[in-house]
Design a protein around this ligand. Structure first.
Ligand SMILES: [Zn+2]
Length: 303
């Protein structure tokens, strides 16, 4: 179990909800797909680090402010007196590094930010951060290409890269570390978590309005709007998934709160949002049972 587990960012959650309910611009859609793919790659890597048997602390998805600039670390592992961190890439296809310029391209020639330069920057900032808090642990930084369909041509031989074909043996070697963590290692882990910042300054979201979003309950599994309500059960006409009405309504209340944190949750609002729940009383009952009721009569809302 990770000492600091990974969760989907608010930005990704919001984009996922918006993608179902409105037409995103090509740029926003691309941004959403990139975030989603990146997250999936990170989760793939987490599945491997979770299996490590050696004594270590795994901290996923860290964001620090160092000297007015931010540094994002996808995955960081502390072993005895040592730090490893990873920049995880879920790119697929054929890439190459142009040797005289150090530029990173996808074939035939679309340029991307060279992840090795990104890694250098993070490495330098993390070192400064550790220095500031009085830890001089050695750091090993690597770019991990997690996607099995990724190929990189012309990477310098000593590049700090773990390729898809090397990940399993890398993890096996990692597990050979016989040392136990001590108090200092654990204190460093808590210190890093205390320095982690939640709000990502690079969040990019499109403009959206309540009235313009498509309303209705979407299937928990396939995300489509093909929900029929039968008694206490929501049934997806597309994938066949069944969900309790209560669970579906609560899931949709969470979605409204995610998208519109300033809106007061009322029976009418949830009724208009869900569309397929025909009886308002059903919604009221679910809200009363699961949220704190504030105010009376037509001014009632739930928190
Ligand atoms: Zn479905």
């Amino acid at each position: 179990m990770a000492y600091k587990p990974r969760i989907e960012s608010k930005e990704l959650k919001i984009l996922k909800a918006l993608h179902k309910r409105m037409k995103l611009s090509e740029k926003d859609k691309q941004h959403f797909f990139n975030l989603k793919k990146g997250y999936e790659g990170e989760v793939m890597f987490d599945k491997l680090t979770e299996k490590l048997q050696c004594d270590c602390l795994i901290l996923n998805d860290l964001l620090f402010k160092v000297k007015n600039t931010t540094v994002q670390i996808d995955s960081l592992i502390i072993t005895t007196g040592r730090i490893y961190f990873y920049e995880i890439k879920n790119s697929d296809g054929d890439y190459f590094i142009e040797s005289n310029t150090n530029r990173f391209y996808k074939k035939p020639k679309i340029e991307y930010i060279n992840p090795l330069l990104q890694l250098n920057r993070s490495d330098s900032l993390l070192r400064q951060l550790l220095q500031n808090i009085g830890y001089n642990f050695p750091i090993e930084a690597q770019v991990v290409f997690i996607n099995p369909e990724f190929t990189l041509y012309q990477a310098p031989l000593d590049s700090p890269i773990i390729f898809p074909t090397q990940i399993n043996s890398y993890m096996r070697k990692f597990d050979l570390n016989p040392y136990k963590l001590n108090g200092k290692d654990k204190r460093l882990a808590s210190k890093l978590i205390s320095l982690h910042i939640e709000e990502n300054p690079y969040t990019i979201l499109p403009d959206y309005e309540f009235t313009k979003l498509r309303k209705g309950i979407t299937c928990e599994v396939c995300d489509l709007f093909s929900i029929n309500v039968n008694g206490k059960i929501c049934h997806c006409g597309d994938c066949g998934h069944k969900e309790l009405v209560t669970a579906a309504v609560l899931r949709n209340v969470s979605e409204i709160r995610l998208l519109f944190p300033e809106m007061k949750i009322t029976t009418n609002l949830v009724y208009d949002w869900c569309v397929v729940i025909e009886i308002k009383r059903t919604i009221k009952r679910i809200l009363v049972r699961n949220y704190k009721q504030i105010g009376v009569h037509q001014w009632t809302y739930y928190e």
